[in-house]
Design a protein around this ligand. Structure first.
Ligand code: B12
Ligand code: SF4
Length: 615
């Protein structure tokens, strides 16, 4: 039996790709593998791969904003393959009645044991209504009706096997130490969907972290995804002590989420001790009235400020997240939030502002229904994405200002952060990045001639070359350990040599023709960032990268190759005309020797070919 998950999220959007799919899939996979005989479980991003590989069953995890794409994908699969398609995740859990005809079964809530029961039935060719109605926590079709079975008990976490990391190889590895949250914020499904707080055992947590360190040595930061990692002080102490006694805090750092009204000095000390370097808070608003409305009760502005000050005292970075555009918010409230962020920006290296969105099965969804802002036959699911503010694609809920006002204000928020490539620039950047990929990658294809029989692309998450060339093998740099590169006669290293711990030793051991694309770090842009005190180890959102980073200039790169007698040829230097720093040069040119920066400043990326090694 072969099962393929297919991810409907648009991973061409960089930030989505970085987040990766839910770790829930890895738990489903491990429960299946430890209970039934299953040949293969994998995650696909491209529906054509499903059609080509012909698994025995397809499973689709669905967030509401991806529901439309999920339907298209399932229709496409049904055109070519006569296999069952099941779906699960937050959308189906919230609105099981939206199960489309092209998806046979939906799993409501925890997926581990429902999927196991479904696969057992499928093995016996018995996925029929007669048997399905005995499986709790699912929805399926019968005679043009949707049948929702009795609710399933929540999955106990203590005896769950460890998450199956093998299916998540291409993504950042995070962990859960618990599930659910006792609070009732009006914009979160927790406000309506019943979900009891459950914990993994301390032993499981330690084994899980050790597993990540062993399998993904390049990763130096692990995100703890729990809604509320700090919910119990006693448990936090146990986890922190266990991490310290196993010396795991010396090997990796961690990031977690917290809630300001239960955050205090003692918690901060424990987090610092276990090497937490970012704590994220949903500060939501700097208006007491809006904060109270969103979080229902319990969190005040004082709590939010105290949380930032405490983190600052202990040298922990704060991630601050805000929701703009609530129904009751006024322009004064917006302004308060704006100045709160400005005041605290130094201690909040990560800031995210999101627009209020009625996610199904939340109080704010009910509000939007009551106000007829969502019609009964609503199916514009992609409108329910809180990261984009696009006029015709946004359900505007505010009662006090106009959409036009909100749009302008929202832009101002994005610019506060004074970071060169923040959210406001994403759309523009995305186009630039896409163009860049098109020109550079197309170019690379020209050099990688058709004479090569077996080409390997080593990249970040998915192949770029395969868009242009067939039969490319792809591997993420994170999975290189124990991977045999010898059988390839051409290896293309696509902007990830920067993330390989010993890049030149790695190159020395490769065989065949090798092409490398790498970024030039010797840019005035780098110097400017350093002078502003930015951490270079960040991605385009100025968020901390979770991999190790090497910074290359052409000269240090060539020096390292020469040291090892590795011959090379610079095939192409790619220019970016956007690098223009008139004010910077005006101030610094006569004061600092920046000649080496100026020399290579226009060159953004280099394409190098390794032409041989002298013995
Ligand atoms: C942690 C979290 C995240 C983490 C996820 C980390 C990870 N890799 O697992 C991060 C920060 C990355 C994240 C991102 C997003 N999130 Co989020 N997140 C949460 C949070 C706080 C907890 C989720 C949780 O408990 N997961 C525990 C895991 C084990 O469970 P799970 O993911 O639900 O998976 C189980 C079941 O759903 C089911 N299942 C899942 N998929 C499938 C598939 C099949 C086939 C089957 C059978 C079963 C099944 O089985 C799993 C195991 O039991 C919830 C809030 C909440 N209270 O639930 C929001 C929440 C899930 N997030 C939400 C959203 C919208 C997002 C984003 C889409 C936001 C965005 N636009 O960027 C992104 C999606 C990113 C992407 N890659 O596309 C919404 C979803 C609402 C909806 N109806 O779609 C929630 C509910 C918050 C809210 N506003 O109410 N999120
Ligand atoms: S937003 Fe966070 S704190 Fe609020 S209910 Fe959801 S998970 Fe809990």
């Amino acid at each position: 039996m072969k099962l393929s998950f297919i991810i409907p999220s648009n991973y061409k959007i960089d930030y989505k790709r970085q987040m990766g799919p839910s770790l829930g899939l890895a738990y489903i996979s491990s429960v299946l593998k430890s209970n039934i005989d299953i040949e293969n479980i994998n995650i696909e991003l491209d529906v054509n791969e499903i059609i080509r590989k012909k698994p025995d069953i397809v499973a689709i995890p669905i967030y509401t904003e991806d529901f439309k794409r999920a339907i298209e994908i399932s229709k496409e699969i049904k055109k070519y393959l006569d296999i069952p398609i099941i779906a699960g995740g937050h959308h189906i859990t919230a609105l099981p009645n939206t199960l489309p005809d092209s998806i046979d079964i939906g799993v409501i809530g925890d997926g581990e044991f429902a999927t196991l029961e479904l696969l057992k039935l499928h093995k016996k060719n018995s996925l029929t209504s007669q048997h399905l109605k005995n499986i709790n926590g699912i929805v399926f079709h019968q005679n043009n009706q949707k049948i929702i079975t009795s609710p399933r008990e929540l999955c106990p976490l203590e005896n769950l096997p460890l998450a199956d990391r093998s299916i998540m190889k291409s993504f950042e590895q995070g962990i859960y130490t618990s599930r659910a949250c006792p609070f009732k914020c009006i914009f979160c499904t927790n406000s309506v969907i019943k979900n009891k707080l459950r914990f993994h055992s301390i032993e499981q947590i330690i084994l899980d972290i050790q597993n990540i360190i062993k399998l993904f040595p390049e990763q130096k930061n692990i995100i703890i995804y729990d809604e509320l990692f700090i919910i119990s002080k006693k448990r936090l102490k146990d986890i922190s002590n266990a991490i310290i006694s196993e010396k795991l805090h010396k090997k990796v750092s961690f990031a977690c989420m917290a809630r300001a009204n239960i955050f205090d000095d003692e918690i901060c000390q424990m987090l610092k001790a276990m090497n937490i370097n970012v704590v994220s808070f949903g500060f939501e608003s700097a208006s007491e009235k809006v904060l109270n409305y969103l979080k229902v009760s319990g969190v005040s502005l004082k709590h939010n400020q105290k949380a930032i000050d405490l983190c600052s005292k202990y040298g922990i970075n704060v991630g601050g997240y805000f929701i703009l555009g609530s129904p009751i918010e006024t322009s004064e409230d917006l302004s308060k939030t704006y100045w709160f962020i400005r005041k605290n920006i130094k201690d909040m290296p990560l800031v995210g502002t999101f627009c209020m969105t009625p996610i199904p099965k939340t109080r704010i969804w009910e509000y939007a229904l009551e106000k007829n802002l969502i019609p009964n036959d609503f199916n514009d699911w992609e409108k329910l994405s809180y990261t984009d503010l696009i006029k015709d694609n946004y359900i505007f809920l505010n009662e006090n200002y106009t959409y036009e006002y909100f749009e302008k204000a929202y832009k101002n928020f994005e610019y506060i952060f004074d970071r060169p490539q923040r959210f406001a620039e994403i759309n523009k950047n995305q186009i630039e990045i896409n163009n860049y990929k098109k020109t550079v990658i197309k170019d690379v294809e020209k050099y990688i001639s058709n004479d090569y029989k077996n080409i390997l692309e080593i990249g970040e998450y998915q192949s770029y070359l395969s868009d242009y060339k067939n039969n490319i093998n792809f591997i993420s740099h994170r999975s290189l350990k124990d991977f045999d590169t010898d059988k390839f006669d051409c290896i293309f290293i696509n902007h990830v040599l920067e993330k390989i711990r010993n890049p030149f030793e790695f190159l020395e051991n490769l065989k065949g023709s090798i092409f490398i694309l790498f970024y030039n770090s010797l840019l005035l842009n780098t110097l400017e960032k350093l002078l502003k005190g930015f951490d270079l180890n960040t991605n385009i959102f100025q968020m901390r990268e979770f991999d190790f980073i090497n910074l290359f200039s052409l000269s240090n790169f060539q020096k390292e190759l020469d040291k090892r007698n590795i011959n090379h040829q610079i095939i192409k230097k790619y220019k970016n005309n956007n690098f223009n720093y008139p004010y910077f040069l005006q101030i610094f040119d006569s004061k600092l020797d920046i000649s080496s920066f100026k020399k290579e400043n226009d060159n953004f990326t280099y394409l190098i070919k390794i032409t041989g090694k002298e013995s």
